[in-house]
Design a protein around this ligand. Structure first.
Ligand code: C5P
Length: 240
């Protein structure tokens, strides 16, 4: 196989296809922050698949879609165009990156993500992006269902209390008034919903590397992931 470093960002890898690094795990395990930084260090694209589910949920919420009604869902999906630029997501041209983070849309997302048609729609887009360029992609089903043959897979975990603390701090920073107890309760509920989904459930791929992020800084986690990536596929360039 030919060595093609440009295909893999700052990492030199022997691959004829773009590099795919998957990061799955429950809400609040630190996936987004870590994935974004890791992608930056690798010089490749970052893909937040949760934002894609959230944007579809927002569209459905605005149109009052009944997620159980196949025809309504089909019409909704036909009317949606998603565009993702770094960590911003656009729904039919509108930047909805902040709107999709509200507790209401988070609840709606859990319902939308249960719908087979929605998953099919988004999985096709995720695979299309990965066929064009290398990426670090994070979500629930990236290493299991969407990219079973990803180059390197990670599964990030942390205790529910630590995850709820992180989420609560995020909400506070954004001026969203919600108690820590409520955040913890909703997070546990979401873990349960995300894990028992018949299709695309939150699950560790058998070949994923599990990382416990309790008590670790973002940079420490990123360094650990980079060490694994180097071991698996090659080495960073000096800039990496
Ligand atoms: O990652 P984030 O918390 O933004 O994801 C929001 C929700 O989207 C998750 O709780 C889950 O229900 C859904 N999701 C999913 N599959 C993914 C990413 C997110 O079902 N790959």
């Amino acid at each position: 196989m030919e060595r093609s470093p440009s295909r893999c960002g700052n990492v030199s890898c022997e691959s004829t296809r773009p590099l795919v690094v998957t990061i799955d795990g429950p809400a609040g395990a630190g996936k987004s922050t870590v994935a974004k930084k890791l992608a930056e260090r690798l010089g490749i694209r970052y893909l937040d698949t949760g934002a894609m589910y959230r944007a579809v949920a927002l569209a459905g919420y605005r149109q009052g879609v009944n997620w159980q009604d196949d025809a309504q869902v089909r019409r909704l999906l036909q009317s949606i165009e998603l565009h993702i630029e770094e960590d911003r997501i656009f729904l039919n041209g509108e930047d909805v990156s902040d709107l999709i983070r509200s507790p209401e849309i988070t609840r709606e997302t859990a319902r939308a993500a249960d719908v087979f048609q929605v998953r099919e729609f988004l999985i096709a887009q995720q695979r299309a992006i990965a066929s064009r360029e290398s990426l670090v992609t994070e979500g629930r089903d990236q290493g299991t269902l969407v990219f079973p043959d990803a180059h390197v897979k990670f599964f990030l975990v942390a205790s529910p209390e630590e995850r709820a603390r992180r989420r609560w701090r995020d909400f506070k920073r954004k001026g969203i008034d919600i108690s820590y107890e409520k955040v913890l309760e909703e997070l546990l509920q979401r873990d349960e919903q995300d894990s028992r989904r018949p299709f695309g459930a939150l699950k560790k791929a058998p070949d994923a590397i599990e990382i416990h992020t309790d008590g670790l800084t973002v940079d420490q986690v990123v360094d650990i992931l980079l060490t694994h990536i180097r071991k698996h596929i090659g080495t960073d360039s000096p800039s990496g």
